[in-house]
Design a protein around this ligand. Sequence first.
Ligand SMILES: *Cc1c(COP(=O)(O)O)cnc(C)c1O
Length: 396
Amino acid sequence: MSGGTKMNDCTDLPCLLPFFMHIDSILAHAGCDPDHDQEDATPPIHLATTFRRDAEGNWPSGHKYARTSNPTRARLEYVLAEIESASRALAFSSGMAAAAALLNSLDAGATVMLARDVYFGVRVLATDMAVRDLIRLHLFDAHVGLNSEDLEALAAAQLVWIETPSNPLLQISDISLLADACRRHGPHARLVVDGTWTTPLIQQPLTLGADIVVHSLTKYMAGHSDVLGGALLFAREDDLHDRVRRTQETGGAVLDPFSCWLTLRGLRTLSARLRIQQESALTVARFLDQHPRVTHVHFPGLGSHPGHAVAVRQMRGFGAMCSFQTGLSAERTLQITARAQVFLQATSLGGTESLIEHRRSAEGEASRTPEDLVRLSMGLEHVDDLIGDLTRILNY
Ligand SMILES: *Cc1c(COP(=O)(O)O)cnc(C)c1O
């Protein structure tokens, strides 16, 4: 990184991988390429907001000003691009800042196709933009494929935005199939996949034909419920990428150095965390599926899940999120989640602590989530304790 290497952004970082490595191995060392000055085994944090120019007025470090680029952010963006098989990564101050930067970089009045079951905040943002005529919004059911109205919208669409597994219903959409439809029927369409729930360890949308991946780093990537961050990953550095890069730089919603560093630190244990979290999710989903008080379990790892076959094909594991329904009222469901003692009653996901949430009341008024739905995020507790907690709260 130092030692005279010129660097403007993450793509100029030297490739330090001597040969093919598993993504788990890349993650174990994430951001740790020994700094040539100090031979650090873990990366330093660069806090400087501005960087010295030389006698000719150039910036020998490749960095000018921290909003444009910063060495710690460049390290994180480099690692993110590497693990997602992307040509370029851009890190933002939150997942929503990443989503907003992408939507704000489209042509005025652009058609955006948005899957109905996506992260609530993304749907609210897109809806607000549509109300102000900044975009034209077409909602569709990505998990069942495209009907004739969807195909008509696709002909004009600039973005097709999906989440799989979706939030909070864990519907599975076929990424390759939608990418193929975009290529054939959407001359201007880029397929965007929100990869927050899967991370590149479980699913790599760009290798399945998607154009852009959006991440909330807040969740599994940073992984400890103490960083708010987001990223966009681009398959190609095309004109849309250039516009978003400009929006990142001029809009300024960049990820700060300490959060970049914490995210790199979190990434180094991502593989180990997810292995435990995914295993627990499967055990918990099977337990709930057998439980007499549970009417529906939404988890793609169950053979009865309508998206199971596609999930097997495009995912490595089934993720660590699960939701279930009880047939009770919103009030009774909230009473049940409040009784949990191992699961923490809170929103968000992907931390080391398991979370339980009555999703409808967390989303608020515009929510379309069933009132009896409970969402679980698996942490690192022993699975027997998680099952014990659920056994107790369902024993009403
Ligand atoms: C949390 C989340 C977001 C938003 O990310 P923030 O970091 O909270 O802004 C977007 N998509 C999904 C799937 C999420 O879970």
